[in-house]
Ligand binder design. Structure first.
Ligand SMILES: Cc1cc2nc3c(=O)[nH]c(=O)nc-3n(C[C@H](O)[C@H](O)[C@H](O)COP(=O)(O)OP(=O)(O)OC[C@H]3O[C@@H](n4cnc5c(N)ncnc54)[C@H](O)[C@@H]3O)c2cc1C
Ligand code: SF4
Length: 525
């Protein structure tokens, strides 16, 4: 069941000005694939489509450092460091992960800057899920399936348009609808697009779900005739992303459908300790929007990882979320300083300042600097009535604030601006509301040793129910310090490796049932 739409390459918007085909707010008539949710403690960006976040993500698929398996509530639950490499390998094979060979002007600029700042040795080309042209060849050539021995769809080589986050119009990005979902549907699975799950409860008579579940859905894009449907199933996998799964499970726990879910639901939500900064260089000689959305990365210190991100030429609406970087302590003083700097700059250099803050040409002249840290820091989500809308409950964020800026990242953005003659930028919500922005929200249904510490066990089995799994970013129990999709996929591969073939399963699997056995699945696969 997927509440988003199914997309064909030719349907993707050319630029972000096609708001109705980019943004997802079906009640307002916006039926795109990208969503932005604002909470008191974080602004969270996520995808919504058949293929989930992979439709809008920047296809950068990295393995995190080994140390993350020793952090958080999953530490010690399994021999992660020896088990995970095989699952990363499977996930990488299906997603077609390769080293990026297409370095665009933004990547080369970062490389030069890193070298002159003495951190050139940390520069690396990203691993990406993109079908790239052979060395020395132009992109845009179509080939029969290059990945699955002819079983998969045909692919076209990447033309380096920088549009990965607007959806790939060239059949070059290996989003999930081109591999996992394509193959599953070919083998008989059915995907129900525009179908939102609103209810899940054990079938009557057996409260632990061992007799199966009833799933209720509505059409997510209809205003009036919402096509309410009921399905039944023997087992269930929640995979609605950290926010989507928390939202659904909170609702189901509260309305008595799944009351035995752990009370740890919503705890330890992490933002990858992320900060989004930027650089705009008005009049830059090269088009910074060219290349793959994230073509490379560097480490500015042991824990701080920076990637240059781009939108395709013409996708300038992100400009409305950015503003010249302003330091200082978060709060009213920082807002005052930001306003003062802006006014002074307008008075002293009116044309230059107006040129900087107007949207046109933003994507061609700008680089978003995605800064991530594998350091501890989390918020909690609760299911409450917000003060501004007390008529119904919804997700609200609580807990200690996650710092809105990483000082060394700010310093790096300023150094980059000095080296290139550009201006360092930061996210407007960070300055105005002291709220960090992230595209990498994880956690909320974390893996742990018991229901007192988490929502699922290390095999992604929900505590309290039978044949119920959570396989998405919500189970991740540490800040990864790198983009999370490959780890989410590898964890799902691991969870599925324990599930025997249909004819062998006893439909009696649960977190409390004891050890997971991959031997069984190996012999029956
Ligand atoms: C602009 C952008 C760029 C990104 N770039 C990268 C990158 O380069 N590399 C990387 O690793 N990560 C990237 N990410 C993050 C990545 O997309 C997510 O971490 C990842 O997709 C999360 O996977 P998931 O399985 O948890 O959920 P998703 O992939 O988000 O899938 C969940 C799906 O469930 C659906 N859903 C939710 N609720 C319901 C419901 N009630 N009923 C039915 N369906 C429902 C949603 O519509 C969604 O399609 C990026 C994210 C964004 C927004
Ligand atoms: S750069 Fe363009 S062609 Fe290449 S994967 Fe991204 S959107 Fe597709």
């Amino acid at each position: 069941m997927e509440m988003g739409r199914r997309w064909r390459p030719e349907d993707f918007p050319r630029t972000s000005w096609s708001i109705h085909r980019w943004f997802w707010r079906p009640k307002l008539g916006l039926r795109g694939f990208f969503n932005m949710r604002c909470f008191r403690r974080a602004v969270i960006f996520h995808g919504c489509a058949v293929g989930g976040g992979s439709i809008t993500y920047a296809n950068t698929l990295l393995r995190p450092p080994d140390k993350i398996w020793d952090m958080g509530s999953w530490a010690g639950l399994a021999d992660w460091k020896s088990e995970m490499p095989q699952h990363y390998q499977t996930a990488s094979r299906i997603l077609g992960v390769v080293e990026n060979r297409i370095l665009g002007p933004a990547d080369n600029l970062l490389k030069r800057a890193a070298k002159s700042l003495g951190i050139g040795h940390t520069f690396y080309p990203t691993s990406v899920a993109v079908f790239q042209p052979a060395e020395g060849e132009q992109g845009g050539k179509t080939f029969p399936d290059p990945y699955f021995g002819g079983e998969g769809p045909e692919r076209t080589t990447c033309v380096a348009c920088g549009g990965c986050m607007m959806g790939c119009r060239y059949k070059s990005k290996n989003s999930l609808d081109q591999n996992y979902l394509y193959l599953a549907e070919k083998h008989g699975a059915r995907v129900f697009p525009e179908t939102k799950v609103v209810g899940v409860r054990p079938l009557p008579g057996v409260a632990d779900g061992s007799a199966g579940y009833e799933v209720r859905t509505v059409c997510s894009t209809a205003w009036i005739r919402r096509n309410r449907r009921r399905f039944t199933c023997r087992g269930i996998v929640f995979a609605a992303s950290a926010l989507g799964t928390m939202e659904l499970l909170f609702k189901l726990k509260e309305n008595g459908s799944l009351p035995a879910l752990s009370d740890q639901l919503g705890k330890y939500v992490r933002t990858n300790s992320e900060s989004l900064l930027g650089l705009r260089i008005p009049g830059y000689a090269e088009d910074l929007s060219k290349g793959i959305a994230i073509g490379c990365g560097i480490y500015i210190d042991e824990n701080t990882h920076v990637e240059p991100v781009r939108y395709p030429s013409g996708s300038d609406t992100m400009m409305f979320l950015t503003t010249p970087l302003t330091g200082g302590r978060p709060g009213p003083m920082r807002i005052a300083l930001w306003m003062k700097n802006l006014v002074v700059s307008l008075l002293r250099h009116p044309l230059k300042t107006l040129r900087l803050v107007q949207p046109w040409g933003w994507a061609r002249e700008s680089i978003i600097l995605l800064c991530m840290q594998a350091l501890e820091g989390h918020i909690d989500m609760r299911w409450e009535r917000p003060w501004f809308w007390p008529f119904r409950k919804c997700l609200v964020s609580r807990g200690e604030r996650i710092p809105t800026f990483i000082p060394q990242a700010n310093r790096f953005a300023e150094q980059l601006a000095q080296l290139t003659g550009g201006t360092a930028m930061s996210m407007l919500p960070e300055i105005l509301f002291n709220v960090p922005g992230t595209a990498h929200c994880v956690g909320g249904c974390i893996m742990a040793d018991s229901r007192g510490h988490g929502v699922v066990d290390h095999g992604s089995r929900a505590f309290g129910y039978k044949n119920m799994y959570v396989c998405d970013g919500s189970v991740v129990a540490a800040n990864l310090g790198v983009n999370p999709s490959l780890t989410i996929t590898a964890l799902a591969e691991r969870a599925m490796s324990f599930i025997p073939s249909a004819q062998w399963t006893t439909w009696n699997d649960c977190a409390e049932c004891g050890e997971l056995s991959s031997d069984l699945s190996e012999t029956t696969r």
